[in-house]
Design a binder for this molecule. Structure first.
Ligand SMILES: NC(=O)c1ccc[n+]([C@@H]2O[C@H](COP(=O)([O-])OP(=O)(O)OC[C@H]3O[C@@H](n4cnc5c(N)ncnc54)[C@H](O)[C@@H]3O)[C@@H](O)[C@H]2O)c1
Length: 365
């Protein structure tokens, strides 16, 4: 079977794309983009609507004629077969996952099930359908993964596509495993696959258990700002819409069998990022500079906390010509404005399960 990555013969266009996890943070941005940039393509969003998935994320496009929503689990093989049959997908853009590292430490099995077995079920359904329909040459299975599969960096160096996998948390181990299963389906069965490994995303519609929306929400409300350890862990931040743009490029022109690292060349220590958010939110709310600094609360470090992630995205830049479109200042400013203007979204997504999780993990620290 094919081993070296192959370029597509021409820019791809698809009749029918299955997007998994489209009601989540990144998935909702991707769906909005696909509807814009692929106006003749049917987009089916399969999402289980876990605590992290919310159709409120897609309110502005819910009536779009080409968007269809199916509530269901990616591990449900019978449902997948039915959907492939009914919609004739020629692409899968797979984002559905359990995605929060802290939760993976508390409930690892759910991560292994959804992220590994769910991915395997999708790969299998695609292989069966595309073999039967004879469209392996033109179809594409795109698996969306994370830079966390590479482990943790010291002060120097960047993750490249050839960095050895060294996942440390149940989340990253489950994503690393799913990457391996994707490659196995490519090498063994010739399934046309592509993988991207992206750094930390930020932007609108992100569930407020993740650092940036959690901090914005707490600064607004005057609640403690819990920061792990000394706040010196470093992440490479990318605006979610730039990630969606990168995914679109890879969907259209990514080489079959290839892997693309996606990142913003934008490293921040957690504590410095929180200071930046305090400045931005306080200034937007007309408060004096430094008003919310006293809310910073250092809490016991996350178990096995990776020190630094940083991405070398030069392969994606040189092969497909993608680069980020905004500076961190622009993206963060836009993001803060969005959360301040969308308090009702925050209310809606933080009811129910999340309240209990938040109370257990953050209020009592
Ligand atoms: N957020 C980041 O910074 C980041 C960075 C790199 C890669 N990723 C990857 O991108 C993808 C999307 O991340 P996100 O931040 O949007 O996550 P998210 O948690 O916001 O959304 C995940 C979505 O998947 C759905 N889902 C979960 N389990 C499901 C199941 N069994 N069946 C069907 N749907 C299910 C949820 O309902 C939710 O809508 C994930 O695969 C993640 O590993 C995320």
């Amino acid at each position: 079977m094919t081993t070296a990555p192959q370029p597509p013969k021409e820019t791809r266009s698809f009749q029918s794309i299955l997007v998994t996890g489209g009601a989540g943070f990144i998935g909702s941005h991707v769906i909005r983009r696909l509807l814009r940039t692929h106006p003749n393509t049917k987009v089916v969003n399969l999402d289980a609507l876990t605590y992290a998935g919310n159709l409120a994320n897609l309110k502005d496009v819910e009536d779009h004629a080409h968007l269809h929503f199916v509530k269901g689990d990616i591990q449900d093989r019978a449902l997948l077969d039915k959907l492939f049959e009914a919609h004739g997908f020629d692409a899968v853009l797979h984002l559905a996952a359990e995605s929060h590292v802290d939760r993976s430490i508390d409930e690892p099995l759910a991560f292994l099930e959804t992220n590994i077995l769910g991915t395997a079920a999708l790969l299998h359904a695609a292989k069966e359908s595309w073999t039967r329909r004879g469209c392996m040459e033109t179809a594409l299975f795109y698996h969306v993964s994370t830079d966390e599969v590479y482990g943790s960096l010291g002060q120097e160096g960047l993750f490249s596509e050839t960095t050895a996998y060294d996942p440390r948390s149940p989340y990253s181990a489950s994503k690393a495993s799913s990457d391996h299963v994707v490659r196995a389906y490519h090498h063994t069965y010739g399934l046309p696959t592509v993988i991207s490994n992206c750094s930390n995303n930020y932007g609108s519609h992100q569930f407020p258990e993740k650092l940036i929306p959690l901090m914005i929400r707490n600064i607004v409300d005057g609640r403690p700002l819990p920061i792990y350890g000394e706040g010196i862990n470093i992440r490479d931040w990318l605006w979610v819409e730039d990630h969606a743009a990168a995914m679109d490029v890879i969907l259209q022109r990514g080489w079959v069998g290839d892997t693309y690292n996606i990142g913003g060349l934008n490293e921040w220590r957690n504590i410095d990022l929180v200071h930046k958010l305090i400045d931005l939110v306080d200034s937007r709310l007309g408060r004096t500079k430094g008003h919310s600094l006293g809310l910073i609360t250092f809490v016991k470090d996350r178990a096995g906390h990776d020190m630094r992630y940083a991405i070398d995205a030069s392969h994606l830049a040189s092969r497909l010509g993608w680069k980020p479109s905004v500076t961190f200042e622009e993206g963060l400013s836009h993001t803060v404005d969005w959360y301040l203007e969308n308090a009702s979204w925050m209310e809606e997504v933080t009811s129910g399960d999340y309240q209990q999780y938040y109370a257990k993990h953050y209020d009592k620290r």
